[in-house]
Structure formats: C-alpha cells, structure tokens
Design a protein around this ligand. Sequence first.
Ligand code: OOG
Ligand code: NI
Length: 456
Amino acid sequence: MIPQRRLRAAFARRLSEMYGREVPAYRTLVEVSREVNDAVLGRLGGDAERLGSIDRVSAERHGAIRVGTPAELQQVARIFGALGMRPVGFYDLRDAATSAVPVVSTAFRPVEADQLAFNPFRVFTSMLTPADRRFFDPDLGTRLEDFLAARELFPPELLDLADRAELDGGLPEQAAERFLDLAARSFALSTEPIDKSWYETLEQVSAVAADIGGVTSTHINHLTPRVLDIDDLYRRMTERGITMIDEIQGPPRWSGPDVLLRQTSFRALAEPRRLRLPDGRVETGALRVRFGEVEARGIALTRAGRERYDALMARTDTGPPATARKIWEGDPEGFPATERGLAVDGLGYFTYRPVTDRAPDGRRPGTDLADLIDQGWVRPEPIVYEDFLPRSAAGIFQSNLTGEGRKDDSRDAAGYDAGRLAEAMGRPVLDPYALYQEMQDRSLEEVARVFDLPAI
Ligand code: OOG
Ligand code: NI
C-alpha cells in the first residue's frame, strides 16, 4: 500500500518532470534554486533549516491550475483529496486592484504538521465565473457554460482511483502507478486543436477566461520551487539572461524575520499550439500562457500580524523598494525585528516546545508567554506560512495577461463565495488562521501539561 503522503510526493515529482519537459526555462529555475539553497545552507548551516528541513524545501513545489465549473472543481477536490490535500482559504481575484480576473480560488494542501513536513505540495486552484455579468454578458456566459459542460477533464477511471485512495488512505502499488499516470496526464498541455475564433472571443474578456474556457482540457499553469534567498535567486536568473518581472512581490528584504511569502516570476516562451480556423483548416500558432515563478516562505502571521502587514504594504505602495525597507526597519507601527517580538506581541504563529533539560535555578515556570520564553522554559519554533497572498496572486495572473481585458463594473457581480465553493466540492473550505492557531494552541497545551500549569 502506498500511503497518501507518498502519492503526494510522487505526484509532485511527476508534475515536475513533465513541466520540465514542457517548459525548459523551468529546469533552469530549478537548477538555480538548488544553487541558491546550497549556498544558503553553506552560509548558515543549521539555521538555514529554521523554516523547514532542507529535504522539505528542496522538494517543495506549488502548482497552479484553473478549471471552469463547480463540477470540475469537485473532481479536482477528489484527485487532491486522494493526495491528502484539502481546500484551504478563499481568494476572490475578481476585484483585485492590480488586475481583475474572472475567477475565484482556493488552495489544496496538506494541513497537519507531520504531513507538511513530509511533503507540503500545494496547488492554487481557480474556477471561472461565467455568471459574473461584469465580465460575461448573458449570451456569452451561456455559451461558455455550454462549452464547459460538454468537456471532460478527468477520465472516470482516474476519479474512481482517487475515491479509493481517499477512502483507504492510499493505493496498492499498481493502482497507485495508474492513478499517478492518469493524474499527471490530465494536467499536461493538450495537443488538441483549439477553436481559434472561440478562443479569441473569450480573450477579449480576459486572457485567463480564454486559457480556461477556450480549450477542452486543463493544464498546469506553473510549478513553483521554494528558495531560501529569493534576492540571490533574482540576481542569478538575471545574470543568466532571463528577464524577471520588475520586482519581488510581498514584504521587502529587511533585517527582521521573514514573514508570509515573497514571490517573483518570469514569462515563459510562447508555446506552439494547434488552432482550428473557421474553414476547418488547422494551423500552428503560438500561445503564451505559462510562466516560471519562484518563492521564499516566512513565518505565518496571526490576524493581528496580517492587519499590520496590510497596513505597512499600503504605505509602501507609493514609494520605491528602498522606501519599503526603510518603513519596515524600526517603524513603531512596523514589525518587531525578532522572532521573540513576533511571538510575544501575538503577531506570528509558533510551535512552543517545552525545554525539559533546562538547568535548575530554583524558579518555577508561570503562564506568561514572554517569561516562559525569556527564562528558557519553552523554545519557539516558527510555523511556516503555507498559503498564498491575494495581491501577489493577482500580480501573477496579471503577468500572464496579453491584453487589458474587459470588465463593466456597472453590471452585477455574481455571488461566488467560499460557501459556494464548499457546496460545489461537498467539502469545507478550511480557514488558514484556524489551522495555524490550532497548531500553536496544541503546542501550548503540551507545554502546560509537561510543566503542570493551568492554560497558557
Ligand atoms: C494562479 C496565480 C496565483 C500564486 O503563486 O500566487 C499563484 C494562476 O495563475 O493560475 O499561483
Ligand atoms: Ni504561483
């Protein structure tokens, strides 16, 4: 029996091999990421692993896929369910300030600490919103829905195997092989001819709408490795002649702890695609829909931490990156420059480990968190941010768009919300804050138990 966690790791590896064949620049990115991580490990030694073991980080990837309908999303949820990945978080990119795209999204990922440590593979998954009248008029919306209803993204055999794996917690070796093969193939770029005029009709609304609803299959849009020093990676990629987007999205580089997520990307080359013309002839065209992305992950922030982050980012929006850094360094409304500060101010999430071999000094531990840390009773270990940032996601979609698109804000938005996604999938959309909080709470309960304390 191959357990879910091994299916997940194997699936991430297969996608990586496939994407590397499809998008050669991805291979360069993975190679440079490895160089960067080796360099950081050499420089910092064990400290480099503060936010995850080097084995975890080297294998770590996130993918992005896009589907068209609630029914397709439900199928995706079953496939990822087989891999021990659950929908976490809700992202509405239709109103994003930097780019409005007609999708709502969630991210499938493992949620338990040991599962994340084994392999944290996550997939940002977006669903098209054809009923949103700001993007699609009733006629186009209906044509789009009809087109989507007629296609099949995932073969029934794959879905059966997925259900079996989820129910049994894994699959026997042969079935696992078949499942992985069918699953990876479902996310390969199809060679089926694309109806050119239909694709272009949707492209006028949004390149993302065309990428999703203009074709009869889905594909992995990007696969993102994790690096320990994204500034170094940016430099090395630029030195290799690969043009990166203008900036690294997310918090600036600063002297305090890494928080949340920093990402950057480059546009992949246009890929040859077969296009069917109105007269039935098929020509080879080129579409530029995929690209490369890389990320560095930091400490997960509490709601209070996130509010502070959003407020800081709003202030840094107006200035160049140097200003952002200055605002982050030593501003009274900014972040404390130490992990301890993040912990005692309740801004970041940590797993607190009881220190049982602390040298005796006649004292007894109390329930004050700062005292427990300062007197060496507990050792805080940062909890890594496992999710995404809507602003960066909007930026990623944006770097993918060929045209401006079309959106009429005077028309009605459709109510696609987290509840509707959950209903479509028949599974709850989990709240990321609740997941981090639970990890932290559980560790504090253990501290209290070990030291025989009331609740901390
Ligand atoms: C997903 C964009 C979001 C990220 O890293 O924020 C994303 C997409 O382009 O489909 O992957
Ligand atoms: Ni991404």
